[in-house]
Design a binder for this molecule. Structure first.
Ligand SMILES: NC(=O)c1ccc[n+]([C@@H]2O[C@H](COP(=O)([O-])OP(=O)(O)OC[C@H]3O[C@@H](n4cnc5c(N)ncnc54)[C@H](OP(=O)(O)O)[C@@H]3O)[C@@H](O)[C@H]2O)c1
Length: 345
């Protein structure tokens, strides 16, 4: 289990803009994205790489160039995004900092959330391009449904006119799924009065045609038991398994996988990086749906770099809804976030 108080520490170092190498830039971090993969790389031999002892936690984010080496192709004042690391300032090669993309009618944070590679775009690619997409009348179940990827995957599934059921921990999140996202049902896997299987029987009386799975473990097993003939199971992630060592044989695999054979269903995993050629289409599609009020990203914002470890901890303890962000320099407090509101007829 990751412990925000004892597993990481905050260190202060002096900024030395004058010692930049010719192609380097120094970036003042504005906002960081908190992502589940960060937990996996705290263990040895992780698939996404490993953080060494005394190494800085990796984190995607955006910020402003405040100093540039003589040969860097980015000017002071340019807003850039990239792998900033969990720190207030970072020194990176100019070619590893990308000019920040902003989207009309959206707040800058959408570049990490709704339009971000590891959140909204992962949901878009996963739901529409990995297996045959959901269809009208089918039953879709999304796990981790109140989180960043899950809440978008659930709304995208809803746009196909399928019946969509979300799985999340706690009454508050389940109410969010039904009242805010308009899902057809919500299953509280932490409910002590009704088991997951009992809630599944009520919410999915005709079985499940499509599973978008973010959590793995025993929840995935229970869902597989109800998979329908020709069902599809998209493995996006398995957050219930990230607090062990993923590469040391400690992952709880689905013991119900034979249901796939019995019912002629398929299961396919993906990493968003394997679908980069789909990203332009995903950006276009997501923007179009946003403008039509079909999809929105709720954001949970923590303040200051010292909150980063706790933000990561919260992701594994159900402490947020939607996209987890860290406002490193306080810039979000001053921003007006434009929202698209429905016009009166
Ligand atoms: N395939 C890809 O390319 C790709 C890219 C990005 C992310 N992902 C995956 O997408 C998933 C969601 O990531 P995210 O960044 O959007 O995080 P998130 O959903 O915003 O946060 C994680 C959520 O997981 C739930 N959770 C934590 N521990 C759990 C457990 N033991 N059992 C069930 N649920 C648990 C928590 O919600 P509850 O309160 O409901 O428990 C929490 O809100 C992760 O598995 C991540 O690895 C995959």
């Amino acid at each position: 289990m990751f412990c925000a108080d004892t597993d990481v520490e905050l260190k202060t170092e002096e900024l030395k803009p004058h010692s930049l190498k010719s192609n380097e830039v120094m970036v003042e971090t504005h906002v960081l994205s908190c992502d589940a993969f960060i937990r996996t790389i705290l263990d040895e031999e992780a698939y996404h790489g490993v953080v060494e002892i005394d190494g800085t936690l990796p984190a995607i984010g955006y910020g402003k160039v405040i100093a540039a080496g003589p040969e860097a192709n980015l000017k002071v004042g340019t807003m850039v995004s990239g792998m900033m690391g969990a720190q207030t300032h970072t020194v990176i090669q100019a070619n590893q900092a990308f000019r920040m993309t902003t989207f009309p009618f959206m707040s800058p944070t959408s570049s990490l959330g709704l339009m971000g590679l590891t959140s909204g775009l992962t949901a878009y690619v996963g739901l529409f391009y990995v297996c045959k997409r959901p269809r009208k009348g089918e039953t879709v179940v999304v796990t981790g449904a109140a989180g960043a990827v899950g809440s978008i995957a659930a709304q995208l599934a809803k746009s196909t006119k399928a019946r969509v059921i979300g799985v999340a921990g706690g009454e508050k999140k389940c109410n969010f799924l039904k009242d805010e996202l308009g899902l057809d049902g919500a299953i509280d896997y932490k409910n002590k009065q009704a088991s997951l299987e009992e809630q599944l029987a009520i919410n999915c009386p005709n079985g499940i045609d499509y599973i978008y799975d973010n959590v793995g473990g025993s929840i995935l097993d229970s869902l597989l038991d109800k998979i329908n003939p020709k069902g599809r199971v998209v493995i996006c992630g398995a957050i219930s398994q990230y607090s062990g060592n993923l590469n040391k044989g400690k992952v709880q695999g689905p013991s119900n996988y034979l249901k796939l054979a019995e019912r002629g269903a398929e299961m396919k995993g993906f990493n968003v990086m394997q679908y980069m050629w789909r990203i332009p289409m995903a950006l276009f599609g997501m923007f179009f749906m946003y403008m039509r009020n079909q999809v929105k990203m709720t954001e949970h914002i923590e303040d200051g770099i010292s909150s980063f470890p706790n933000a990561l901890h919260k992701m594994f303890n159900g402490g947020h809804i939607g996209k987890m962000l860290v406002d490193v320099n306080g810039s979000l407090k001053n921003e007006k976030n434009p929202v698209i509101q429905k016009k009166q007829d």
